[in-house]
Design a protein around this ligand. Structure first.
Ligand SMILES: Nc1ncnc2c1ncn2[C@@H]1O[C@H](COP(=O)(O)OP(=O)(O)OP(=O)(O)O)[C@@H](O)[C@H]1O
Length: 653
């Protein structure tokens, strides 16, 4: 993979770019307002070689795109007359250096001009710091990751698999007996898809049976390869998600009555994190397993794949042996990864609820033969030019939320931006028919006190268990029964303020004892916010502070295998208290009772969107409570975000 300049060299004194005054004013203004960083200015100066002001500003725009987790800058989508999205108010302020122009580009400058400039520039091209692909500009590292990923996924999907299709069809009928109540059994189709391709994706909303389907798939695969059982590994991006996957697979195995104990034993039920599987090399961003030292496995299942960023996915795929099968599981509509990219949603582009995915004619025939005795249930409709279209399975029916459940309906209303369904949920909830959903729109009556009081009441349960000397596992189990989620960090409705208020309320009730000079106390729940590869504690891990047998205060964690791990608070990597967590951090977790608070309208324009609210709702297992101004909910439903990426384009015919 090609290199781009090391950060240290950016701190060398740059020579001042010789640009017209108005563009310098604009640059000063953007720096002063923290819209751009000095480090980006230096990088852009270096890469443009002070030759062309346009290239300098285009690189700045690329830096901004990357800070928003886009993989690239889509040149056709830039507003060249106002590329930094300045508003009218930026020009009418009374203080500071007010720019006289919103754009450093000449009038009429457009994407084609940008492409022409970049195509002939020294810094752009193979093995150069920047790359162009299909009218998108990349830092080379990310272009290389995308390219690696696309090439490997395609190779895996095209590999010829030696499968006994008669046996596969029999097994599918055995595991998915005909059900007159279901027209097309999408779980059966998903199994057929994943059994016949080296790469597949199984996506679906909460409770649509992803784990059930993959458990049956693994039983089917082991039956197909009976003479030489497959080595199967299960992974998830976080410890929490891995623990959940282990639990779900174990539950799904127990429910599988059709299979023998011998076969069950060949289906693993212990998942690990991706980092653990790849083996982290301390103090580097490299892994022990890579293309030169591939993993030893035949099948890899990645759950919660929407949380996996581009770079990790590329590294994982590079570490797979050539013969391995890869199956991605997840909900395409959840928030994209914290880091750059949106691999899962890129691969699932175009899937629509209620519609058959765009399979080719040959694939429809193959799946109809395998699943439906040649009855043409699947019909090729729209032609897809996406080369992996035949590898994608979409589960659409939720088995967890029945018609009496509001959580599923609310998630559907938000995900499809359907105000009719939302109205239905509101009505059913008011009239008591949906008793799993509480919608508190009463934002005017200052619901914070109520929210804090409710949270304190719920948290009393695990704190009482600590006092009663319950086991670490019991305390952790009780803690995860309830979780308050917030969309933002700052402000009255943000994580920081709510955490302090709940802590104060618990202190006032005598449930915890917080001393002003001590950061840590018995009962404090914490979330790690930084990976520590030495201690094997990772961003998102949750611990609770308790006394150990010798009376020492320890942070106690339960790892994905269910083992207790104790750390002295002084040794912990960066962490925060977690009576409230951001919706981002809750991804991959599930709570029996989930409460979610959205900020008031004036704070909500930034960062509140459909994927965020949908992710929050779908964390709830039994009860979901929303505290929000209804206008903010509507605003979120109307705003769907997507990340710039070229992955889909690289996988087109
Ligand atoms: N075909 C089916 N018929 C009846 N029940 C089913 C079927 N498939 C799944 N279920 C049940 O629905 C529930 C959810 O299934 P499962 O855990 O497999 O879904 P999931 O998509 O993995 O959920 P999530 O990712 O939201 O946890 C389970 O209780 C499971 O037993």
């Amino acid at each position: 993979m090609s290199d781009y300049p090391q950060q240290q060299s950016l701190f060398d004194e740059p020579s001042a770019p010789l640009y017209p005054l108005n563009t310098i004013e604009l640059l000063d203004y953007l720096l002063e307002q923290n819209r751009i960083r000095m480090v980006d200015v230096k990088l852009a100066s270096m890469l443009c070689d002070n030759q062309q002001k346009e290239v300098f500003y285009i690189v700045l725009l690329l830096c901004l795109a990357q800070q928003s987790q886009h993989s690239c800058l889509t040149l056709r989508e830039v507003d060249w007359q106002n590329p930094f999205n300045l508003r009218q108010s930026d020009f009418t302020k009374n203080e500071g250096n007010i720019p006289t122009t919103a754009s450093p580009f000449n009038e009429g400058f457009c994407a084609t001009d940008a492409l022409n400039l970049l195509a002939n520039h020294n810094s752009v091209g193979p093995s150069k710091p920047l790359q162009l692909f299909n009218e998108r500009l990349y830092f080379s590292r990310l272009a290389d990751y995308e390219n690696t990923l696309a090439t490997r996924l395609l190779a895996m999907s095209e590999r010829q698999l030696n499968i006994n299709t008669t046996l596969l069809s029999e097994l599918l009928s055995e595991y998915f007996p005909a059900n007159p109540a279901i027209d097309t059994d999408w779980q059966k189709v998903a199994c057929a898809i994943a059994a016949t391709k080296g790469f597949s994706v199984i996506t679906g909303g909460p409770g649509t049976g992803k784990t059930t389907t993959v458990t049956k798939l693994l039983a089917i695969l082991q039956s197909l390869y009976k003479t030489a059982p497959l080595s199967i590994k299960l992974v998830a991006p976080t410890g929490k998600a891995a623990a959940r996957l282990s639990e779900s697979i174990l539950g799904a195995k127990d429910k599988l009555s059709v299979i023998s104990e011998d076969l069950k034993a060949l289906i693993p039920d212990s998942a690990q994190t991706i980092h653990r599987l790849l083996g982290v090399k301390p103090f580097t961003n490299k892994f022990k397993h890579n293309s030169a030292n591939p993993l030893h496995l035949d099948v890899l299942i990645i759950d919660e794949a929407s949380m996996v960023d581009l770079s990790l996915m590329a590294k994982l795929i590079e570490a797979l042996p050539a013969h391995a099968r890869l199956i991605l599981l997840g909900d395409k509509d959840q928030l994209a990864s914290v880091d750059t990219g949106s691999v899962m949603s890129d691969l699932c582009q175009g899937l629509t609820l209620g519609k058959t995915p765009s399979y080719s004619k040959a694939r429809c025939d193959e799946l109809n033969a395998l699943c439906f005795n040649n009855t043409p249930k699947l019909v090729a409709s729209t032609h897809s030019d996406f080369k992996l279209a035949d590898c994608i399975a979409f589960l659409q029916h939720s088995y967890r939320f029945d018609a009496q459940s509001g959580i599923g309906q609310l998630a559907l209303a938000v995900n499809t931006n359907n105000s009719g369904v939302l109205k239905f949920v509101e009505q059913e909830s008011i009239e008591g028919r949906f008793n799993d959903v509480i919608l508190d729109y009463d934002f005017v009556a200052k619901p914070i006190e109520k929210l804090v009081k409710n949270a304190a009441t719920h948290y009393a349960h695990y704190l009482n268990l600590i006092t009663q000397g319950a086991s670490v596992a019991q305390v952790h189990e009780a803690f995860t029964q309830y979780q308050l989620l917030a969309a933002v960090r700052e402000g009255d409705y943000g994580v920081n303020s709510l955490n302090s208020r709940i802590e104060r309320a618990l202190g006032q009730q005598g449930l915890i004892s917080v001393s002003p000079n001590q950061r840590h106390y018995i009962g404090m729940p914490i979330m790690v916010s930084q990976n520590d590869y030495q201690l094997k504690l990772f961003n998102g891990d949750i611990g609770i502070l308790m006394l150990d047998a010798s009376g020492q205060l320890k942070a106690l964690f339960i790892d994905e295998q269910g083992n207790e791990r104790a750390f002295s608070p002084a040794r912990l990597p960066a962490h925060d208290k977690v009576y409230v967590m951001t919706i981002h951090k809750s991804q991959g977790s599930e709570f029996s009772y989930t409460a979610m608070v959205l900020p008031p309208l004036k704070q909500a324009s930034m960062g509140i969107n459909r994927q965020l609210v949908y992710t929050g709702i779908t964390r709830a297992k039994n009860t979901f409570e929303l505290v929000a101004d209804k206008k903010v909910l509507q605003l979120a439903m109307n705003k769907s975000v997507s990340r710039a990426s070229g992955l889909y384009e690289r996988l087109k015919h």
